[in-house]
Structures are given as structure tokens and as C-alpha cells.
Design a protein around this ligand. Structure first.
Ligand code: AR6
Ligand code: MG
Length: 321
């Protein structure tokens, strides 16, 4: 009997993003993270304030709700409104340049491909905001991957930036539709299915590496194998590792993501989305929820996303439990 409802999983994916983001934020950019500092921060009573990862995730969710599906023009206008209101959230260099170009009249479909000498961004900024796409279309995981590829392109035109978003969104949707006590090893099952949608050769190598890496591998081995950087090709596999190494424990998944160091807020935001989609909001420790900035609005947003997913679907397609 499945015990975690789809409502709980939508809330878990959205709120899990914000919790991971906020728990990882103070350690961003450090290669070595002292476990005692992580534990003391996780146990403190200070506010959990999130960064651009969550601000952009909110933008994606709001756009899916308002448009009933992917609408790039609507989505970028929401990104721009959030960025205008709170430019200090810690955005990467690329997205604000895309927004400025659009404001100067460049078509939103073209703006991202002008970045980084015309190669487009391979940063993790499209992947980090992808959880709502995985949740919204979790009934059709191929659709999730193609929507995430499209939605990534608003700011991340490079194939690696887009593939990272597809991998993160697909993994979120896959976990949201997998029994919370799965019949086999989650890592192996997920990576096998990811091979059907991830065609980029660099990402496929990372899937192999992820498959070969034990879920109990020491932190240094994980970082040496997958990386922990701002590139999508490092951060997304690292987040999938952290979440699937602890498939029954939200707190352990997020803690191990932060322990990897590097781009800690984003790796932990994505690990939090994945663990939350599998285990549900009810698996997130209550003390973290009490400290979380905008907690109630994030729950409401997740519930609205679930309603929008039902409206977009033929009846009987998904079961809210
Ligand atoms: N060539 C060289 N460097 C690149 C390229 C490229 N084609 N693409 C990305 N980079 P960006 P994001 C490097 O700016 O992905 C926040 O802190 C370059 O150094 O597109 O939205 C979030 O919390 C570039 O500035 O932004 C995330 O941690 C960087 O990768 C992160 O930033 C990031 O790409 C999200 O950043
Ligand atoms: Mg951030």
C-alpha cells in the first residue's frame, strides 16, 4: 500500500528544494566542509533563507500553473519579475544578462544563445529550477524531459545546461511516481531509465559513473568521480548521488549533498527536490520547516501545481491519494 500521497510528494519536491537551498547556502564555494559546522547550522534556530535556486523554481511553478503547461514567454517574464524584485538572491552571471538582452528587445528565444561567446551556458541554473516540471508532468516522463530541455533554453542554450535540466526534472518526476519503499535499488532503477532520455554523450558517461559509484562511497571519491561544481554536468549527478544514497532519509540526503562542498546550495536544492519527491513533505524535519522562509506560500504553490497538473491531464491519469 502506497503511503506517500502525490500531494505530499509535490509539496516535498517544492519545499525540499527551498530547504536544501537554504541549508546549503552558507557553505557555497567551499571545497572542504567541516561536518561539525554543517551539524551546528542544521541544528541552529536561525532563519533558513533561500537563494536564486528557489526564486527561479517558484517562477517555473507559477508559470506552469498560470499557463497550464510550458509557455516560454510567460516563464521568462516571471523570472524577470522575480529578479527585478530581488536581484540580491545570488543569481549566476548568465541569467541577468539574458534578462537585460530581452529588455533591450532581443527575442526571448534567442537571448540565451548569445552568452559565453555564443556557446550558451552550461551552468546548473536551469537544472536547479526544474523540479516543478518533473512534478507537473510526472504522468509522462518523456514529456518531462522534453519540457525541461525547452524551459532550460530560456537561459541555458548549451546542450549540457539543457541535458542537466532534463536529468533533474526527469529524476524528480520518476521519484514522485516511485513507491517510497521501492522494490529494488533506487539508484540502479533510476539510472537505467535515465538512459532512455539522456542522449548527450558527456551526460551518459556520468550516468555510467553514477551507476558504478557505490551508494556508500566516501565523500572524496564521490567528488573525484562526479565533481561538485557549478556546471550542470557535475552538480546534477552529484545531487542524484546524494538523494539515491539515502532513499529513506530526507535529512541524510540533504546533509550528504552539503558535505560534497562546491556548489552546495544548488546541489542540496536539487537533492532536496529529489528526496522530497520520493519521501514527501512529511519526511522533512519539522524544525527546518519552522525556520524556512516563505514556508506556507511554498506549500500553497505546490498544492496549486498539483491542481494545475490535474487540470492539464485527462481524468484518471494521476492519483492524488
Ligand atoms: N563557457 C564558460 N563558462 C561557462 C559557460 C560556458 N559556455 N557556461 C557556464 N559557465 P550561469 P547559472 C560558467 O552564469 O547556471 C547561483 O549561485 C560561468 O562561470 O549561466 O544560472 C546558483 O545558486 C558562469 O558564470 O549561471 C547556482 O549555483 C557559471 O558557469 C549558479 O549560480 C554559471 O553559469 C547557477 O548559475
Ligand atoms: Mg543559489
Amino acid at each position: 500500500m502506497e503511503s506517500v500521497t502525490l500531494r505530499d510528494r509535490f509539496r516535498g519536491g517544492i519545499v525540499g528544494t527551498a530547504v536544501g537551498d537554504a541549508l546549503g547556502a552558507p557553505f557555497e564555494g567551499r571545497q572542504e566542509v567541516d561536518p561539525r559546522r554543517i551539524d551546528s547550522w542544521q541544528r541552529s534556530d536561525k532563519d533558513l533563507r533561500w537563494t536564486d535556486d528557489t526564486a527561479m523554481t517558484v517562477g517555473v511553478a507559477e508559470s506552469l500553473i498560470a499557463s497550464g503547461g510550458f509557455d516560454g514567454e510567460d516563464m521568462v517574464s516571471r523570472f524577470m519579475a522575480h529578479h527585478d524584485a530581488e536581484p540580491w538572491r545570488g543569481y549566476g552571471a548568465g541569467p541577468p544578462r539574458v534578462f537585460a538582452a530581452i529588455r533591450q528587445g532581443v527575442d526571448w528565444r534567442e537571448a540565451a544563445s548569445t552568452l559565453f561567446g555564443g556557446t550558451g551556458s552550461f551552468g546548473n541554473g536551469a537544472a536547479m529550477r526544474s523540479a516543478p516540471l518533473g512534478l507537473f508532468a510526472c504522468h509522462d516522463l518523456e514529456l518531462v524531459a522534453s519540457m525541461a530541455w525547452e524551459a532550460a533554453g530560456i537561459t541555458h542554450a548549451h546542450a549540457l545546461g539543457r541535458a542537466g535540466a532534463a536529468m533533474q526534472a526527469y529524476s524528480t518526476g520518476w521519484l514522485a511516481t516511485t513507491p517510497s519503499e521501492p522494490s529494488g535499488p533506487v539508484r540502479t532503477l533510476l539510472v537505467d531509465d535515465l538512459r532512455s532520455v539522456i542522449v548527450d554523450p558527456t551526460f551518459r558517461q556520468r550516468l555510467d559513473a553514477l551507476d558504478d559509484l557505490g551508494t556508500e562511497s566516501p565523500r572524496d571519491e564521490v567528488v573525484a568521480t562526479l565533481g561538485n561544481g557549478i556546471e550542470a554536468v557535475e552538480a546534477v549527478p552529484a545531487a542524484v548521488h546524494a538523494a539515491t544514497a539515502h532513499p529513506a532519509d530526507f535529512a541524510a540526503a540533504v546533509r550528504s549533498a552539503v558535505m560534497l562542498g562546491g556548489d552546495t546550495d544548488t546541489i542540496a536544492a536539487m537533492a532536496g527536490a529529489l528526496a522530497g519527491a520520493l519521501l514527501g513533505y512529511s519526511a522533512i524535519p519539522q524544525p527546518w520547516l519552522s525556520r524556512l522562509e516563505g514556508h506556507e506560500s511554498l506549500v500553497t504553490l505546490a498544492d496549486e501545481l498539483l491542481t494545475a497538473a490535474f487540470i492539464a491531464r485527462p481524468p484518471g491519469g494521476i492519483d492524488a491519494g
